[in-house]
Each structure stands twice: as structure tokens, then as C-alpha cells.
Design a binder for this molecule. Structure first.
Ligand code: GTP
Ligand code: MG
Length: 640
């Protein structure tokens, strides 16, 4: 049934030190305007006469520039001596880069403008219009009503996903890659040359449900696996016979209450310990989605595994144990995982969250308890960059099957809860936008080998491009080329996998030892970079111990993990504006934002966040806790 993948265990037992305080991020920027559906001005002038600051990416541009040198957003208002705010803007907009299709991915990291442009990759007006048309069609095929918003400026139509208009502050802080991302690999420009073949583009009437990768996260024992197992059973993905078997076996081991969890916790060790250790991947269908369930471990020792699963998420289900003392334990900064999971999920670009307040049976379906949890956790989520409008709160009981796939039957819950049940809430999520116009990128989360057939399968989620049998792929970091023999989705063959799909890719013609978890499948003509020396923009999380030059860290990027050393402290940034406050700081403290250089023990597949979000998001851990989240701003030295 479910497929398990393992990112490598982390048995650090150290406590987490200080408690996380709520972030003191402001929520000021145009939040009212957004709520009222008003669009922000793309750019604003700064006070300085020689520069103007882009309000999308905060880069300080020279006065001579009419578009932001970094993100390409049109300057507004335009300088008097420059082009006027009329039709001439069309000329300016002709600098939109071909690969401004990074926009679909930016929906996941909601603070990037879909007007993203790049320097040095100018295309002609005609090409640009064609590209815009293509992109527009693709995006509109994926959008849901109200997801996108357009505005006209100088005769140019700009389309902004609503959730990208006003970036939440944690994400915005990470995403203002304006300061030090010059002199990069130029990958964005070279990827701009890529032209997808016709079969790679989704056909609007192909009848397939949108895939939604849903990470199930939360503190240990909150009921994530039980809830996942229950849903799979209720939706017919686990037969009655299988369920009886789990019940019988769980009872025999004196763990009867874990019967549903056992549908996902398959290994003897997981069952013995009564905890999830590796991410289980399972599937169910709703009316709108083919949901890929990524059931994560909650125990703090297995956060690296949780990270590996959660990097694939389009949306997340944060499971809370409502019982007295348990919610509080999850929120505890030193031992609880609720806050850490929520922050990690947000740093991976996930901005749609369902909070499942589970075990409501234990608290007699109390409205007061639900409200207290909503109030306390809500404050933290808001401070971590989740918008109230993107968070859904569902009281439920996985054990008593209340409010999962139908409206609740318990009168205590019915008396005060009038909202959607869980399945409806999942269906109400916005469809994720996909990078179908970019070349293939598939980070490998798991490898299945069958030596007898000399066959190897790479499992993971396509973050760009498409695959079908017969296609050649470059397997990184080895650089070997293999051929796709077949594709499987949910253990069933499938003809084509496109960006967003979570699949197993059966490869042939390649040494099986060259395909490794943490590697990446990519297009042979568009290889991704391999590097040991990276520049990062990071946000130090609350409660983290100080970071100094020489600090030894655990570096996480997509499904890869490497030991890392802080090589250089480039600058300390204003977390709100992204502007350099101090060059070469000696020490970084909690809540600070900075640009640093790290040198890894071994090479990893990495790209600048501005060209590939999936390969450009990082998290740094030390002593068993996540101390910083960030993005790659520069690949300093590429491996040959
Ligand atoms: P980890 O993966 O190890 O973090 O745990 P988990 O979050 O997956 O929790 P799991 O599903 O393993 O459940 C832990 C315990 O909580 C089990 O004993 C479940 O029976 C119990 N449990 C789960 N949901 C409910 C619920 O709705 N009500 C009650 N009373 N118990 C529940
Ligand atoms: Mg579990």
C-alpha cells in the first residue's frame, strides 16, 4: 500500500533549548489593501535620488533602470525622463524573460511576483507576447476562480496569483534575493532557451484530477498516521480485509489503538515503538484532487525525514492533539514539534494550511478548547507568515470518525461547529500552479532497486518539465544518462508525468548505483548545478544558538543532507526590507536575517532560488533542531 521513503535517520537527542517566541514580524504591508482586493503598486520610489527601490524584491536599482534589475518588475511611477506610463510600457515589458514561468512555482513560495523577469535574457516583443499567451493559457487552465487577479497598466496585462500579491513576511524576508544574487550561474537565462514539446503540456480535457501533494505534519502522537489511515479506509483505499488484519495484529501486540496508524507505519520498528520514523506516501481521490498523502514523522529525532517529505508539499495538514497537556506539549519550544513543523512547511513555500484539531473526543468536543487552540496557534502561524485567509481550522476525531469525510454526527460538535468537514476543506484548497514550461527537474526522494532485473526506480515529485517512456534523462550528481522505461503513479503504470506529479520512474541503461536519493533527474541539455560552496540568504529561527564563522551545521536541500561549515558572514540584513545593515558581521543571532557562505563536505545538486525554487530552498540544523531556513542566492563554485 503506502510507499515509504527514508531520508536517513537523525538520532540527535539534545533538547531544543529555548522556547520559540512568536516572531515579531509585522503584518503591515498593504494587508488591508489585499483584504479589500486592491492591488499594490508594483514599485515605489525611495527617498534617495540616485536609486529607486523595487517594492517586490527590495533591490535598489540605478535611476537609469525602468525595470527592476533583479526581478524585472516595471518601475512605478516611471521617471519623467524615461518612458511614459502609456503604451511605451509595452516596450519595457518586452524584457520579460522567457522563463518567467517560474511564476507557477512562486505560488508555492508566495512572495515572488509572477512578473518575475531576469537580467540578461531579453526576448523580442513577439516572442514575449507568444510566451505570455502560452503562459496565460497554462495558468488559466490551472487556476480556480479568484486565484488569479489581473490588472492593466499601460496597456499591459499583468496576472498575479492572489496569494502572491502580498507576501507574508517570513517568506518575503527569504525571498528578497536582491542583495547578493549577482554573478550567479546564469541558469535562468539558459533555461529560458528551453522549449517544451507539445506532449509535455497539460491538455485541459485530459480528464485527470489535479495532483495535490499534502504533507501531514505535527507533533509526535497527535494522530497523523491514524488520521491518514482513517481517511484511506473511509475512501476505499484500504479494504475491510486489510483493516481487520491491522486490527488483529495491533491488538496482539497490545497496541489496539494504533490499528489505523499501522496502515502507514509498516516497519516492525515503527510498530514496536508506536511512532512513525519515515515518510509514508499514499494516495486517495477527492472530488477535485488526486491527493498524495505524505505522512510525516512527528518525533524530533526524525525531523530530517519530515523535511524530505514536506519539501514536496503543495499544501499541509497540521495535526494538533486537542487533549489537555498534549497541545501545550506540542507548542513547547524546547520539546514540541508543532512550531518547528509549521515554520519548516512555510519556509518550503507552503502557504495553504489546514489545521486538524484532532482528538476532540478526549475533550468532549469542547468549543472552548477548540477556540483556545485556535487563538494560541493562530497567533504563532500568523507570525510565521501564514495568512489567516489561507488557514482552515477543522475540529475532528480520527478515532471516532467525526468530521472527516462527512459532517459530524456527535451532537456536542454539531451544536457549535457549522464549517466544512476535512475532505471538503481539502477540496477547497487552491490548485497548485505548475512549472510546465521549464525543463525537467525531479529531486529523487527514494530509490527502489530490483537487482534481478537490473532495474532501478527513482521516486519523487516532478518540479518542472515532463516525462514519458523512451525519454532520456540526466541523473545527477553522477552525470550518467538513463532512459525512462516506464512510469508508475500509486503503483499503477501511467503514460506521462508532468510537473507536480509524484511518481516512480523506472530507468534502464544506467548503472543502478548512480541513482541515489538526494540526486536529481534532469533534462540532458539542461543539467542542474552540483556544488559544495554556496551563498545563502538565511533567517535565523527563534531560540537558535549564535552562528559564527566555522560553525558546523547540518545542511538540508530538497532530499539531500550534508555536513556544512560556515565559511563567511557576508552581511546582516534588515529582515523587513532585505537591505544590508552591516557587512561581515561576527555573529548571527536568533531572528536575524543574513547572507552567509557555506562549504559542504560533499557536493549537492543546487540552484539559485531565483531560477529553481525546488533546488534553492535550504534549512540548517544543529544539535537536533532547525536553526535557520533560507534560500540559495549564489552557487559559488560549481563542481566540474
Ligand atoms: P508520530 O507519527 O509518531 O508522530 O505519531 P502520529 O501523529 O502519527 O500519531 P498516531 O496516529 O500514531 O497516534 C498516536 C496515538 O493517538 C494512538 O494511540 C492513536 O490511537 C491515538 N489517536 C489518534 N487519533 C485519535 C483521536 O482522534 N482520538 C483519540 N482518543 N486518540 C487518537
Ligand atoms: Mg505517524
Amino acid at each position: 500500500m503506502p510507499r515509504k521513503f527514508n531520508h536517513g535517520l537523525d538520532y540527535d537527542d539534545d533538547d531544543y533549548g529555548d522556547e520559540y517566541d512568536d516572531y515579531d514580524y509585522d503584518y503591515d504591508i498593504d494587508s488591508d489593501a489585499e483584504d479589500n482586493g486592491n492591488l499594490p503598486k508594483p514599485n515605489q520610489e525611495t527617498d534617495s535620488s540616485s536609486i529607486w527601490r523595487c517594492s517586490i524584491c527590495t533591490y535598489d536599482n540605478d535611476q537609469s533602470m525602468t525595470t527592476c534589475d533583479i526581478c524585472g518588475v516595471l518601475r512605478n511611477p516611471l521617471p519623467l525622463s524615461g518612458i511614459s506610463n502609456g503604451n511605451d510600457l509595452k516596450t519595457a515589458s518586452a524584457t520579460v524573460r522567457k522563463d518567467n514561468t517560474s511564476a507557477p512555482m512562486s505560488a508555492r513560495f508566495s512572495n515572488s511576483s509572477s512578473l518575475m523577469m531576469s537580467k540578461g535574457s531579453n526576448v523580442t516583443g513577439n516572442e514575449n507576447n507568444q510566451l505570455k499567451d502560452e503562459e496565460h493559457n497554462l495558468r488559466s487552465s490551472a487556476k480556480s476562480p479568484g486565484t488569479l487577479s489581473s490588472y492593466h497598466e499601460g496597456g499591459v496585462e499583468h496576472t498575479l496569483p492572489m496569494d502572491e500579491i502580498k507576501p507574508p513576511i517570513l517568506a518575503r524576508s527569504l525571498d528578497s534575493v536582491s542583495i547578493n544574487d549577482r554573478g550567479g550561474t546564469g541558469k535562468a537565462a539558459s533555461w529560458g532557451q528551453y522549449k517544451p514539446e507539445k506532449w509535455m503540456l497539460p491538455e485541459s480535457e485530459d480528464g485527470l484530477l489535479n495532483q495535490l501533494n499534502l504533507a501531514i505534519v505535527g507533533h509526535v502522537d497527535s494522530g497523523k498516521s491514524t488520521l491518514s489511515g482513517r481517511l484511506l479506509h473511509l475512501l476505499g483505499r484500504i479494504s475491510q480485509k486489510e483493516m481487520h488484519k491491522h486490527e488483529k495484529e495491533a491488538k496482539l501486540q497490545g497496541k489496539g489503538s494504533f490499528a489505523y496508524a499501522w496502515a502507514l507505519d509498516e516497519s516492525p520498528e515503527e510498530r514496536e515503538r508506536g511512532i512513525t520514523m519515515t515518510v509514508a506516501v499514499a494516495y486517495f481521490d477527492t472530488k477535485r484532487y488526486r491527493v498524495v498523502v505524505l505522512d510525516s514523522p512527528g518525533h524530533k529525532d526524525f525531523v530530517p525525514n519530515m523535511i524530505s517529505g514536506a519539501t514536496q508539499a503543495d499544501a499541509a495538514l497540521l495535526v494538533i492533539d486537542a487533549s489537555i497537556g498534549s497541545f501545550e506539549a506540542g507548542m513547547d519550544g524546547s520539546k514540541g514539534q508543532t512550531k518547528e513543523h509549521a515554520q519548516l512547511i512555510r519556509s518550503f513555500g507552503v502557504d495553504q494550511l489546514i489545521v486538524a484539531v484532532n482528538k476532540m473526543d478526549v475533550v468532549e468536543y469542547s468549543n472552548d478548547r477548540f477556540n483556545l487552540i485556535k487563538r494560541q496557534l493562530g497567533t504563532f502561524l500568523r507570525s510565521s507568515g501564514f495568512r489567516d485567509s489561507s488557514v482552515l481550522w477543522i475540529p475532528l476525531s480520527a478515532m471516532e470518525n467525526q468530521n472527516l469525510v462527512t459532517a459530524p454526527s456527535d451532537v456536542r460538535l454539531l451544536s457549535w461547529y457549522k464549517g466544512p468537514y476535512l475532505l471538503d476543506a481539502i477540496d477547497s484548497l487552491h490548485p497548485p500552479t505548475r512549472d510546465v514550461l521549464k525543463p525537467l527537474v525531479m529531486p529523487i526522494c527514494d530509490v527502489i532497486k530490483s537487482p534481478t532485473m537490473n532495474q532501478v526506480s527513482a521516486c519523487g515529485k516532478l518540479e518542472g518539465g515532463a516525462l514519458r517512456s523512451g525519454v532520456k534523462v540526466l541523473v545527477m550528481p553522477s552525470g550518467d544518462v538513463g532512459t525512462v522505461r516506464s512510469l508508475e503513479r500509486d503503483s499503477r503504470p501511467c503514460a506521462i508525468a508532468r510537473s507536480g506529479d509524484n511518481v516512480a520512474v523506472v530507468l534502464q541503461g544506467i548503472d543502478t548505483s548512480k541513482v541515489i536519493a538526494g540526486g536529481v533527474l534532469c533534462h540532458p541539455n539542461f543539467p542542474i548545478s552540483i556544488a559544495k560552496h554556496l551563498e545563502l540568504k538565511v533567517l535565523i529561527l527563534d531560540g537558535a544558538s549564535p552562528i559564527l564563522i566555522g560553525s558546523q551545521l547540518e545542511f538540508h536541500i530538497h532530499h539531500a543532507k550534508e555536513a556544512a561549515r560556515v565559511e563567511k558572514m557576508v552581511s546582516l540584513l534588515d529582515p523587513k526590507t532585505g537591505k544590508v545593515m552591516k557587512k561581515a558581521p561576527r555573529c548571527l543571532l536568533a531572528k536575524q536575517s543574513a547572507v552567509i557562505e557555506v562549504v559542504l563536505q560533499g557536493p549537492v545538486c543546487a540552484e539559485e532560488f531565483s531560477s529553481c525554487k525546488a533546488l534553492g530552498r535550504v534549512s540548517l540544523r544543529a544539535l537536533g533542531r532547525t536553526i535557520a531556513v533560507g534560500i540559495v542566492t549564489r552557487v559559488i563554485e560549481k563542481e566540474p
